[in-house]
Design a protein around this ligand. Structure first.
Ligand code: ADP
Ligand code: NI
Length: 196
């Protein structure tokens, strides 16, 4: 049995990230965090003994201290918000640990320590692949002044590696499908590029 969470807390968290991300338009926006949250809930449905409060808050807050977006240290934004919401110290640590386990760069090859970390990491990675992943890669590239070629390189550097790095069985299944779609996209992209 998974635990349950109170709705007002979730709504306040969504309101917080909506404000925080209002000026971010590089595929890292609030819509990304909301998709990660919904995907994390779906994946959690297939697992037992998930701490849903930790899972939900970690999914919604997973990018609030991302170094690419904010110059905070030690999960400062997440901690400030959780303190305001009177979340106890133990839960706060569990949430911050989960958030810190999600990052691809920081944790290359390492598996998250907690089940909640595994699920949120899977949800975040699923949002980087498939049709959504393609859209995000070009949105990110465009907002950083990169060419199409540079964004396409990112598929080979990172996105095509993600399907083999999923933690949960249900994410692995979804990743397979999204991976094949990206391969099809890249084939057609090459075909069109070389024909002109
Ligand atoms: P997250 O923090 O959500 O795990 P990242 O911060 O690594 O993911 O990247 C956010 C989005 O931007 C992802 O969809 C990713 O594929 C894309 N992205 C990151 N780096 C690049 C890049 N060099 N070129 C194109 N897209 C990129
Ligand atoms: Ni993310």
């Amino acid at each position: 049995m998974n635990t349950t969470v109170d709705e007002p807390l979730i709504n306040d968290t969504i309101e917080y990230i909506t404000t925080l991300f209002q000026n971010v338009h590089d595929g890292h926006d609030v819509a990304h965090s909301l998709r990660v949250y919904r995907m994390a809930l779906m994946l959690a449905n297939q697992e037992s003994r998930v701490n849903m409060k930790v899972l939900s808050l970690a999914a919604l807050l997973h990018d609030v201290d991302d170094y690419k977006l904010f110059a905070t240290r030690n999960n400062e934004n997440a901690r400030k918000f959780l303190l305001e919401k009177n979340i106890d110290a133990e839960t706060t640590e569990h949430i911050c640990q989960t958030i810190n386990d999600v990052s691809f760069i920081r944790n290359r090859g390492k598996k998250p320590a907690t089940l909640e970390g595994k699920i949120v990491q899977d949800a975040d990675r699923l949002d980087a692949i498939g049709a959504i992943g393609i859209a995000r890669a070009f949105a990110y590239g465009g907002s950083h002044g990169r060419t199409f070629e540079a964004s396409v390189r990112h598929f080979y550097d990172k996105l095509l590696l993600l399907k083999d790095e999923m933690n949960t069985a249900s994410a692995r299944k979804l990743a397979e499908f999204r991976h094949i779609f990206m391969e099809k996209f890249l084939d057609e992209y090459d075909r069109e590029m070389t024909a002109t």
